[in-house]
Design a binder for this molecule. Structure first.
Ligand SMILES: *Cc1c(COP(=O)(O)O)cnc(C)c1O
Length: 358
C-alpha cells in the first residue's frame, strides 16, 4: 500500500512458546499501527511501527472526557497454515457507527481492512497455534487535543494493537452463573449503548466487581428506564432458547450490535431454527423457567464465541438452566461458528477472509 509507511523493529521480542499460558490481553506483538487526524487535513501519516508507548499531553481530550471508540476482532491460524480474519469489514463499519455517535471523524473502511491485513501478516508468527487460541486485534481511536474545554477534539489517534490470546475455555465450554442486575444500569436508549466506547465499560465496572465478589461471572443488564427488559451481559449479547425458539433482544439503541450475535442468528436460521429478535421481559424468562420451557441461555461475543449460562439469579429466584450443562443448540452454534472461524468449514460467502499463509 503506497499510503502506508512500514518501519520494522530492530529488536524483535521473544514470542510465547507453545506450552506458555497466554491468557488475554497482556502480551503484545512486535508492531502496531498508528495514524493521526487533524482537522483541516484529515486522516494522515498511516504507519506500521515497532510496538511501544505513545505520548500524550496531560490535557488530552480522551483523558478528561472519554472521547474514545474501539473494536475487538481476531486473526485465526488454520491447521493447514492459512491466516484468516472473520468479517473484518463489519468491525470497521461498526467502528464508524461508534465514531459517529462520539463525534469522531469517520475512517475509510477499506483502508482499515487492508492496513490491518498488512499488520497481521508482518506479525503472523505471533498467531498462536494451540487449539482455540488466536491473535486478538484491538483497533481504537482517541480524541487527542490538548485543551480542557468540553468539545469534540480537533486531533485524533488511530491505533491497532495485536495480542496473542489463549483459548477462552481451557477446560471445555463451562456454563457460568450470572445474576440480573437490579441496581445499576449500563446504557439507556439515546445514550451510547450501541457504540463500542470505553465509557460504557467505565460505568459497568462497579456491577462487575460486586458480581465477582458474590461469586458470579457477569451481570445480566436490564433496560435503563423500566428495568424490565433484558439487554445484554458484560461484553456479550444474550440469547434464550424458550420452547425451542431462539430469542435475542432487539437492537434498541442501548444494546451493542455484536457481530457474533448477527452471525449466530444467520447460522441458526440457515440450520432451520426459529430465531426471533424482539423485546423480552425478565418476567417472561422467569415464567418460561417455571413452565419448564427455558431450555438454554447463552452469551455471544468475539472473545468467547459462546458462553452458556448455567445459572440465572433474579432477586431470590435461582434458575438452573439445562442442569448447569451446555445445551444442544448452544453446542451446535459454537461448533458451527468456530469451524468457520478457524477454517475447518466453509461459511457463507465473505465471512472467513484468507489474508495469507504462515
Ligand atoms: C463487543 C461487545 C459485544 C460483542 O460484540 P462482538 O462483535 O460479537 O464481539 C457485546 N456487548 C458489548 C457491550 C460489547 O462491547
Amino acid at each position: 500500500m503506497d499510503n502506508l509507511r512500514i518501519e520494522l523493529t530492530q529488536h524483535p521480542k521473544k514470542k510465547p512458546g507453545k506450552g506458555d499460558k497466554l491468557g488475554f490481553g497482556t502480551v503484545f506483538t512486535d508492531h502496531m499501527m498508528l495514524m493521526e487526524y487533524d482537522r483541516g487535513i484529515g486522516w494522515h501519516d498511516a504507519r506500521i511501527v515497532p510496538y511501544g508507548n505513545i505520548s500524550l499531553s496531560p490535557a488530552s481530550t480522551v483523558l478528561h472526557y472519554a472521547q474514545e471508540t474501539f473494536e475487538g476482532m481476531k486473526a485465526y491460524r488454520s491447521t493447514d497454515g492459512r491466516v484468516l480474519l472473520f468479517r473484518p469489514e463489519e468491525n470497521f463499519k461498526r467502528l464508524n457507527r461508534s465514531n459517529e455517535r462520539l463525534c469522531i471523524p469517520a475512517l475509510d473502511v477499506d483502508f482499515c481492512v487492508e492496513s490491518l491485513k498488512e499488520l497481521v501478516m508482518i506479525d503472523k508468527d505471533w498467531i498462536p497455534e494451540a487449539e482455540g487460541s488466536s491473535l486478538y486485534i484491538r483497533p481504537f481511536i482517541i480524541g487527542n487535543e490538548s485543551k480542557l474545554g468540553v468539545k469534540e477534539a480537533d486531533n485524533y489517534i488511530y491505533c491497532v494493537l495485536l495480542s496473542p490470546s489463549g483459548a477462552y475455555y481451557e477446560s471445555g465450554l463451562k456454563p457460568v452463573p450470572i445474576y440480573v442486575e437490579e441496581e445499576y444500569v449500563r446504557a439507556v436508549r439515546g445514550g451510547t449503548g450501541f457504540a463500542k466506547t470505553g465509557g460504557n465499560y467505565a460505568c459497568s465496572l462497579r456491577a462487575q466487581t460486586v458480581a465477582h465478589e458474590k461469586g458470579y461471572s457477569q451481570v445480566l443488564w436490564l433496560d435503563g428506564v423500566e428495568k424490565k427488559y433484558v439487554g445484554e451481559v458484560g461484553a456479550m449479547n444474550i440469547f434464550f432458547v424458550i420452547d425451542g425458539e431462539v430469542i435475542t433482544p432487539e437492537l434498541d439503541g442501548s444494546i451493542l450490535p455484536g457481530i457474533t450475535r448477527m452471525s449466530m442468528m444467520e447460522l441458526l436460521r440457515r440450520d432451520g431454527y426459529k430465531v426471533t429478535e424482539r423485546q423480552i421481559a425478565i418476567q417472561e424468562v422467569a415464567d418460561a423457567y417455571d413452565a419448564g420451557k427455558l431450555d438454554e441461555m447463552f452469551g455471544t461475543g468475539t472473545a468467547a464465541v459462546i458462553s452458556p449460562v448455567g445459572e440465572l439469579k433474579w432477586g431470590d429466584k435461582i434458575m438452573k438452566i439445562n442442569n448447569g450443562e451446555i445445551g444442544p443448540i448452544s453446542a451446535h452454534a459454537y461448533k458451527e461458528l468456530t469451524d468457520i472461524q478457524w477454517g475447518r468449514a466453509k461459511g457463507p460467502d465473505g465471512w472467513s477472509v484468507e489474508i495469507g499463509h504462515m
